[in-house]
Design a protein around this ligand. Structure first.
Ligand SMILES: [Zn+2]
Ligand SMILES: [Zn+2]
Length: 228
């Protein structure tokens, strides 16, 4: 039986991950093996295990629709218990309010596994769902940036070049403005980092397999865009 991971070990793993991700964002060289070796010395667990844990952390970032560390491919074979602990620790270490989006997605996936075998009994659900107040950090966005990017796109998705999928009630064409480097990841709110997208391309850039490669292709394709 492998030893279960203590809170201390998981927290140290998340701290190392967040530090590596920060370095990657700043364009600094990240020597990942050094982090795993330090953790191995501290906790007496193999460096390889910490590397694998880091891939689980990428998995949580991926479920949240965020950018993960290059070279640490998301590894999703972790249960809801570990995902919930990692998600809470990421919020704590990054200093923002916890979200439970990765935990919820994991619960949905686990339940899907159950329904795959037997979907004849549907869930009762809740007639009156519980509610809770949450505190979130939002980034103030510049309306002028959104306005300029939408005007420039003129109703055509800058990713797939398809026309906006529908017209809003006010008559405007529906496209969404996305920041290639998220504001939450330290990206600037400027037109060189913003792109007008149809909802499909937008979700794909947050959640699609190969989303980092797709973002890189867009930076090549659209002259206005810069890598940040
Ligand atoms: Zn599109
Ligand atoms: Zn977006």
């Amino acid at each position: 039986m492998p030893t279960p991971w203590s809170d201390e070990e998981l927290k140290a793993s998340v701290e190392a991950y967040v530090e590596m991700l920060d370095k990657q964002r700043r364009g600094e060289r990240v020597i990942k093996a050094r982090y795993y070796r330090t953790l191995e010395k501290r906790f007496g667990r193999a460096a390889k295990a910490f590397e694998y844990r880091a891939q689980n952390i990428s998995h949580v970032y991926a479920l949240q629709g965020r950018t993960w560390i290059a070279g640490l491919k998301p590894a999703g074979n972790v249960g809801v218990n570990i995902v919930a602990r990692l998600e809470a620790l990421i919020a704590e270490v990054e200093g923002h309010q916890p979200s439970a989006s990765a935990t919820f997605a994991t619960e949905v996936n686990e339940q899907r596994g159950l329904y795959r075998d037997n979907a004849s009994t549907s869930p009762t659900g809740r007639l009156v769902p519980d509610k809770k107040a949450v505190n979130t950090t939002v980034y103030e966005r510049e309306p002028a940036v959104v306005a300029w990017v939408l005007t420039k796109a003129d109703g055509v998705c800058e990713c797939c070049d398809s026309p906006a999928p529908f017209t809003r009630e006010d008559g405007s064409l529906f496209l969404e403005v996305h920041h290639l480097k998220r504001l939450a990841d330290g990206g600037p709110d400027i037109v060189e980092n913003a792109i007008a997208l149809c909802p499909n391309c937008h979700r794909e850039l947050h959640a699609g397999v190969g989303k980092h490669e797709l973002a890189a292709r867009l930076i090549d394709k659209i002259e206005r865009l810069d890598a940040y």
